[in-house]
Design a protein around this ligand. Sequence first.
Ligand SMILES: [Zn+2]
Length: 283
Amino acid sequence: MDDRVALCLTKGFVQPLRNLNHLDEKKILVALLISTTLLNSCKKAVKEKAILVVFAHPDDEDAIGPLLVKYGKTGKVYLIILTDGRHGIKPGYPTGDTLALLRQTESQCRCKKMGIEAPIFLGFTDGFDTRNGVGNYLDQSIQLKEKLTNKIKELNPDLIITFGPDGDTGHSDHRMASNMTTEIILKEGWVEKIPLYYLGWTKRDDEKFKMIGGLNTVDKKYLNVAISYSQEEEDIAMEAIWCNKSQLSEKEMQEWNDVEKKDSSNTFHFRQFTIPTKQKTEF
Ligand SMILES: [Zn+2]
C-alpha cells in the first residue's frame, strides 16, 4: 500500500477506533463497513497529485515513458513541450509547418496511449531561432520565460520534472528546458513550494543507449531519487513510441524495444533541486 494512503487511513480509521472506551461491537461494525469507502477516498486524495513535465521537443516524453504511464494511472500528468520540433527532419517526411504539425499529432498519439493529459505546446521555434541570430534567440527566451511561468501558475503542479543541466543528450534545447525551468523556480521563490526534479542518467544508462549516440551522465551518488516501474508500464510506453514515425524508423523503434526488454532494472533516477536556506557568512 502507498505510504500516503496508509497514513490517511491511520488518521481516518485507526485513530477514531482508539477513542472507543470499551468493546462496542456496533461501532466497530459501522467502522468496518465504512472502511472501504474511506480507503477509496484516501486513494482518491493521493491520486490527485499533479506532475508537470517540461521538455523541449515533441518526442522527448519517450525518455521517461514508463514513468509517465505509472503516474498517469494514479494522478494527473501534464506535459509541456517548448518547441515545435521543425528541425527534426528525416528523409521521406515533410518539413516546415507540416512537420511541426505532424510531430504535434505524434505526441498527442503517445500521450493518449500513455494515459496522460494531452501535451501542451508552447510553439517556440525548434532551436529557439538561434539559427537566425542571437537577437531572435533572446526574444524567444524572454517570451518563453513569461509563457512558461504563466503555465506553471495555471497548472499549479505538486512537482516538476525536467532535464538536468546536462541536457539529457546535451541538445541545446534540452539544456534550455532545464535552465529556464530552474530560472523560473528560483525567480518566483518556488523551490520549496514546487519540488523540481532533474532527470539523470547513470553510466549504465549511457551504455544501454549507445545505439542512439549515448547520454550525458550524473554520478550516481547525486541521483537521490530512484523510481521503479512495472513491466506492464514499460510495455504500454513501448507501444506508444510506435506513434513516433517521423523521428524513428521501424528498425530503431524495434532496437529500442529490444534494449528495454533486456533491461529488467526498470528504474529511472532523478536529482531533486534543493537549496539550504540557512544563510552562511563565509564560503
Ligand atoms: Zn529532444
